[in-house]
Design a protein around this ligand. Structure first.
Ligand code: F6P
Length: 556
């Protein structure tokens, strides 16, 4: 496979790197005072300011060349035309088809997937309209008041994040709940807040084989039946979202109550499909359509805009520059809006499950770093927790600051405080505080000389910490759709350049397999695990658990 490290652009970037590391962002702003104005790109209600990255016109040009040398244009075309770019699973990758307008024909292997997509969406809209209007009734004839989505990973994070982001628009008669953890606490907490006669469960699983989801769904079914006492109630209270009708049927949900999707939709790219059922229930078909329209607008921007002004491409290239050239293997996502606090968790799966790979399509090792460790939460809380490390730690962390310009219906004064912090943090990371500045500040504050000497090293900020600032005009369905799609395409572009398959996830397999065996071994009634089956640590943990269970049952 073509080794991107051997490309002319990669080699040239490696030599540019040292020159850039010996300069500072302050100097770059000094040399080009208008840098902040022209290192920007806008699309679909989003503006990206990428000027606070250790980049110059030359290095940016080389990154764009790198995209060309990696064959990005062809890769984009291959995705949009339904080629089987998920090579290890031999599947097309067509989440972009999920957000195409109704009139679009999208042929894959002679099948118009666009028509299928819209048929499912019409069913979802009709179902949601009945629930929202109180026409879909529970077994006792009551309208639905609580919707519980049971799913995990891509069958949870996207809908949960969108419902949280657009919470103010949720139907006033519906409460939304998301259960993913299988520890018993998560579903227990939710069920205690719901009434069986007015609760609708969505069992969401692409494969419908996921242990956690099916176990939680069985608990929910038992809870419902304990109250309703009649299997007939299941059809009024359970719907399924899956690609496997057979698995749904064998679980005991009528496929009349199933909303399907297709194997060409990856789990972490699936919120636009029937996996978005909680979204359409919560927000209504119009807003779901707006979410899709925003994503579609970003798709069009992505596939038709020159790379130099292409927002997801720029985000991806800057990410690669930070990870592979500037030794910043960690990506912090810092949204300065409470409603976006689930975004980092969503992006964590998107990025790390997609590009957390060390072999390329052909199985050869990737010769460079791939997905950064992506993490974060809403930025203001971060400032009072881990921003210390971001400013003065020994590792370089790249930050995406995300802000929403429109205060919406909230207090403008408070909104301004949050925004001031966003802007100030990005500035502080960029410029830092030199020894001279720190000293002058302390002197102005009247500190004694000995104290100044002692404190000086602690009060220096190195600066030069890279960040992007991504501004949303407002937080509505359209702009949110565009934001999510921008990150999806960023992930895709990086995968293309690294040569990895961003659409499989073999790395989640081994733990699942071992968990199935350990589950049997944890049963206190089962025979003790023979020595040598596991290492001594695993063996010890299993024995400790079994002993605790026995102690519990003796106490009971
Ligand atoms: O274990 C990882 C994973 O396969 C994700 O890729 C996926 O989003 C999640 O599990 C849930 O899978 P499913 O929708 O099939 O239950």
């Amino acid at each position: 496979m073509h080794d991107i490290l051997q490309s002319a652009a990669w080699t040239a970037l490696s030599s540019r790197r040292d020159a850039l590391l010996s300069t500072t962002l302050r100097e770059l702003f000094h040399t080009d005072p208008l840098r902040g104005r022209h290192m920007q790109a806008s699309a679909c209600g989003l503006t990206l300011d990428y000027s606070k990255n250790l980049l110059c016109a030359d290095s940016l040009g080389l990154l764009l060349k790198l995209a060309d040398e990696a064959g990005l244009q062809g890769a984009i075309a291959a995705m949009f035309t339904g080629e089987r770019i998920n090579t290890t699973e031999e599947r097309a990758v067509l989440h972009v088809a999920l957000r195409c307008p109704p009139e679009t024909r999208w042929l894959v292997d002679g099948v118009d997937v666009g028509a299928e997509v819209h048929a499912v969406r019409r069913r979802m809209a009709a179902f949601a309209a009945r629930v929202r209007a109180g026409e879909w009734r529970g077994w006792r004839g009551d309208a639905i008041t609580d919707v519980v989505n049971i799913g995990i990973g891509g069958s949870d994070l996207g809908p949960a994040m969108v419902c949280e982001a657009l919470k103010d628009e949720i139907h006033p008669g519906l409460r939304m709940h998301f259960v993913s953890n299988v520890d018993g606490v998560h579903i227990g907490d939710v069920l205690r807040r719901c009434r069986p006669e007015t609760t609708l469960f969505i069992v969401a699983s692409k494969t419908f084989t996921t242990q956690e989801t099916l176990a939680n769904a069985r608990t929910a079914r038992a809870w419902l039946l304990a109250h309703a006492g009649d299997e007939g109630a299941i059809a009024r209270h359970f719907v399924a979202v899956s690609t496997s009708a057979a698995a749904v049927r064998s679980f005991g949900i009528d496929t009349e109550n199933m909303f399907g999707f297709w194997d060409w939709v990856g789990g972490r790219f699936s919120l636009w499909s029937a996996i978005g059922l909680p979204i359409i229930l919560a927000l209504g078909a119009e807003r779901f359509d707006a979410l899709l329209a925003g994503a579609h607008a970003m798709d069009e921007h992505f596939r038709s805009t020159p790379f130099a002004t292409n927002l997801p491409v720029l985000m991806a290239l800057i990410g690669i520059w930070n990870v592979d050239f500037l030794d910043a293997p960690s990506q912090l996502i810092a949204p300065y809006h409470q409603r976006l606090h689930r975004l980092p968790a969503y992006l964590q799966q998107l990025d790390m499950e997609s590009n957390g790979k060390s072999v390329r399509h052909d199985g050869s090792p990737v010769p460079c770093r791939t997905s950064p460790i992506l993490w974060g939460e809403q930025g203001i809380n971060g400032q009072h927790a881990y921003f210390q490390l971001v400013h003065q730690g020994t590792q370089r962390v790249a930050v995406d600051f995300i802000g929403v310009l429109d205060a919406g219906r909230e207090d403008e004064r408070l909104h301004r405080i949050a925004f001031a912090n966003l802007i100030a943090q990005a500035e502080a990371l960029m410029r830092g505080r030199s020894a001279d500045e720190a000293e002058a500040e302390m002197r102005a504050a009247g500190l004694p000389e000995a104290r100044i000497r002692a404190l000086l090293p602690h009060r220096i900020f190195p600066g030069n910490r890279p960040s992007n600032t991504l501004l949303l005009e407002r937080l509505d369905a359209f702009t949110l759709g565009a934001l999510i799609a921008a990150y999806e395409h960023r992930t895709f572009v990086q995968g293309v350049i690294w040569g990895v398959n961003s659409f499989d996830q073999w790395g989640v397999e081994l733990g699942k397999q071992l968990a199935a065996r350990v589950l049997d071994e944890l049963d206190p009634q089962a025979a003790p695990v023979a020595e040598g089956v596991h290492d001594s640590s695993t063996q010890g943990l299993i024995e400790r658990y079994r002993a605790a269970q026995r102690e519990d049952s003796l106490r009971a």
